[in-house]
Design a protein around this ligand. Structure first.
Ligand code: PMP
Length: 461
């Protein structure tokens, strides 16, 4: 990859920085900060867990960018698969019944891995589009079956499902959910995030407003689907209680409601199983996938649906009026196929487990060492922990102290990129999710940097 030496590229940096400040509006970024100070990092290349920037720095990518670069950076096989497809047939549409080999082969491959009878894929370009599509297909199914009123979607607090209007309203993080004042009365956000209440504990303090309660209040005849991430990601890495997803599955079955599993982060090995739901051994009605499907090397997503749902659609004798220009994009699908081939060939799902255990061992060491480090949790290479002023007394850090942000800044100064989550008062969560190709030695490097950063952080607070 292109390697820059410190100082050498000062003029290029200044040029790109000025152009960026003027011409690019960044997602999930403070615009004033960007316009005042320019971009934080200008990446130039990468290799495995490492990323290089224009100033000659090398960073460890501790969250696989947006939990998606599961094969790591600079993978030539994926680049070659993309090139090969591009020179053959870079793009053809899947509208009007047209198709190409890569799309068909990838659909077959994905459905050979998904549990139960999740056997048909509707392709999209990413996670938000997948969730919007799942909502629409669920509602469409109920319409075809004569349930005209079944339209509502129930989602969870701290769930993240994307930023298109429907996905945004299903997202249970206020900043995203309320951005630009969007509304959608058909999407109901449950009050608690993953708690015991779905297991039937009426004495649970948050029982009012849990999925069970909402179904009773809104009426099952008005509800199309419940959407959950098997493990919540952007809400702060929350692993649901044992039996939780089975209980939600049962609740949906009893009330004739679809269950949508948002596997956008969990899918394709991240959690040490091929899919997140595999930990709970349940089969959802729809499964949304994206990110890890191509390890971020091409923009691709999809909604996988059961045979029962597909069979209903198969009787519809008119145009299915939904689809994206890039649904089933041949180049993206060719990259996806190669990506899955490598995951299987190199045993990366198992590797997520073994390296996940190493990461957890390191995090346990840190938990034992620092009193304010608490509640570590992980599945495979999806890990998180909390920072609290006094975990035993359940006292959080003052929100204005930006505890999680502070620690992440310390890591950044030591060239490790990880992510803070502090969008609710009292919340100071840090996530770590490196590429599945990571080595034991590299896991140790990450722990070492977090350790040094925690020491620096402890001196500041
Ligand atoms: N669902 C989940 C669980 C996600 O983590 C994300 C992205 N972080 C999305 C949906 C949205 O995906 P995209 O950004 O590709 O639209």
């Amino acid at each position: 990859t292109k390697q820059f030496v410190k100082g050498q590229s000062q003029s290029l940096r200044n040029e790109l920085s000025n152009l960026d400040r003027k011409h690019v509006l960044h997602p999930s970024t403070n615009p004033k900060n960007q316009v005042d100070h320019g971009p934080k990092i200008i990446f130039t290349g990468g290799d495995g867990i490492y990323l290089n920037d224009i100033d000659g720095n090398t960073y460890i990518d501790g969250v696989s960018m947006l939990w998606n670069v599961n094969l790591g950076h600079g993978n030539k096989e994926l680049a070659e698969a993309s090139y090969k497809q591009m020179v053959e047939a870079a793009y053809t549409t899947t509208f009007y019944g047209y198709v190409n080999e890569a799309t068909v082969r990838l659909a077959e491959k994905i459905t050979s891995l998904t549990p139960g009878d999740l056997n048909t894929v509707f392709f999209t370009s990413g996670g938000s589009e997948s969730n919007d599509t799942a909502f629409k297909l669920s509602r469409f199914y109920w319409q075809l079956r004569g349930y005209k009123e079944k339209k509502k979607i129930i989602s969870l607090r701290r769930g993240y499902h994307g930023v298109t209007v429907a996905a945004q309203r299903a997202t249970g993080i206020d900043a995203y959910r309320n951005f630009s004042g969007s509304t959608d009365p058909d999407i109901v956000n449950a009050k608690p995030h993953l708690t015991e209440c779905e297991l039937g504990d009426k004495n649970h303090p948050e029982y009012e407003g849990c999925i069970r309660d909402i179904i009773e209040k809104e009426g099952a005849d008005k509800i199309a689907a419940v959407i959950v991430e098997p493990i919540q990601g952007a809400g702060g890495v929350h692993v649901p209680p044992e039996e939780y997803l089975q209980a939600v599955r049962k609740l949906c079955d009893e009330n004739n409601i679809h269950l949508i599993a948002d596997e956008v982060i969990c899918g394709f090995g991240r959690t040490g199983k091929m899919f997140g739901v595999d930990h709970w051994e349940i089969v959802p009605d729809f499964m949304s996938v994206a990110k890890g499907i191509t390890s971020g090397y091409a923009q691709l997503g999809g909604v996988v649906m059961t045979e029962k749902i597909r069979d209903e659609f198969a009787q519809y004798d008119a145009m299915l009026a939904h689809g994206f220009t890039y649904s089933g994009h041949p180049t993206a699908c060719a990259v996806g196929l190669k990506n899955i081939e490598i995951i299987e060939r190199d045993g990366l799902v198992e590797r997520a487990n073994t390296m996940g255990r190493e990461l957890d061992k390191g995090l346990k060491y840190l938990e034992d060492k620092y009193t304010f480090f608490t509640n570590r949790r992980s599945r495979g290479l999806l890990a998180g922990f909390d920072l609290m002023k006094d975990p035993e007394a359940n006292i959080p850090f003052d929100h204005s102290a930006r505890a999680a942000g502070n620690l992440v800044d310390e890591c950044y100064n030591r060239k490790l990129l990880i992510r803070p989550f502090d969008f609710e008062p009292g919340m100071n969560i840090v996530a770590i999710a490196p590429p599945l190709t990571i080595s034991k030695n590299e896991v140790e490097k990450i722990i070492h940097i977090v350790d040094d950063s925690l020491t620096a952080f402890s001196k500041k607070i």
